[in-house]
Write a protein that binds this ligand. Sequence first.
Ligand code: GLU
Length: 458
Amino acid sequence: MNNKIRVRIAPSPTGFMHIGTARTALFNWMFAKQHNGAFLLRIEDTDKDRSKKEFEDDIIKNLAWLGLEHDEFYRQSEHIENHTVNLKKLLDSNKAFWCAHTIKELEIEAEQQRAAKEPPRHICEHRDIGRTDGIIRLRNDATDSIVINDMIRGDITYDPRLFGDISLAKNISEPLYNFVVTVDDFDAKISHVIRGEDHITNTPKQILIGRALGFSEPMWAHLPLLLAKDRTKLSKRNGGLSVGDCRESGYIREAIINFIALLGWHPKDEIGEVLDLETITKEFDITRAQRGGAIVDTEKLDWLNREHIKRLPPDEQIKIAEPFISADLKKQIESRVDKYISAVMPRITKLTEINAAIKSIIDIPEYNADLLLWKGKIDRIKAKEILESILSDITDIETADVSLASLIKKEGTGPVLWPLRVSLSGNAISPSPYELLYALGLDEARARVRIAISKLDA
Ligand code: GLU
């Protein structure tokens, strides 16, 4: 493996993995694959109060489920000693210092700066007095502009004086986000940092910290923010889905991958939008990611889910649908589970709909005999004649299509398939008669056709 390209995702295990993290993971994973590089998963668990094992497990499980396997795994908390070594290095070389200002004092200072229309920042008076209490800050004397050379956004320029003396750690063994990320990225030889735009203002701080430590700088790419349909910030209520919820509500991995790939990137028009991971990875170009916010539209996810379900091979459809079928229903349909699944799958949006869809075939509704008359173009006598021919012709489900074909040839498609479908489903809208025959089996199908005939007689 070419270790030159090394990328990572660095989720904090403070909540269930949401689609934003999955999107960042996918873009990094594809970038690694395209360059024969490595994709690292780093769990940023230094915030002990908020980090939970349950969330870490959720991230690992969902990444694996999506097929975005990592090549290397780190837990940030396991590298604390290295963080401390680097903090000491900065303190010893006088590039960092202890700041003992209280939170209250810092708040008052920020308030005054705001009132004077200055950017809030703390340029500390404790820089040179050699205290050993409080928090650790980076001495920030930089004056030259910092330019982030972003692969998506081009050059983004910051005035380093805006940041004041950047906080690095609560104490020698409790480093803070910007410091740990910088140390860990360097340590893991990360070549490209690809992450959400919400981190963009952290980047110049991380550049300054990296420079103080003498680190080489990675390349940067900031992915567009995810927005709700009304272009407001995404939250749980307006599309901020967790991957686990998506999975449990019956979205399949192919659809989720396709959906998140399109959150900030678009393939060339000619290849369409329904794409598998292999094609997406082939077509993807990070430099062509969009800059403006990407809208999370769950209707699009529904559409992609339907399309991807339809594209699955039949045995794969059965495999993914089966776990969604309730134990009661399984008992009821026993050996016909597979057949029912195949019958309803083309009409399913989410796998959670499968129970209701199967039940709607099993529990045939009461219907009026007139529904059997195709577009009103056949009368009761004709409908009965056709259904009776069907009864005598179909003696084996496997050959039903052949038997029906000759009847269709004689009577036409609508006059044959419409009354058959209504007899089998009791509905104007349902799976096709072939699928229904297959799902119900010969005995049940014949029983239903007989009922239809008796309705026409009444
Ligand atoms: N831990 C950060 C987060 O979960 C990500 C840090 C990064 O990608 O640099 O938002």
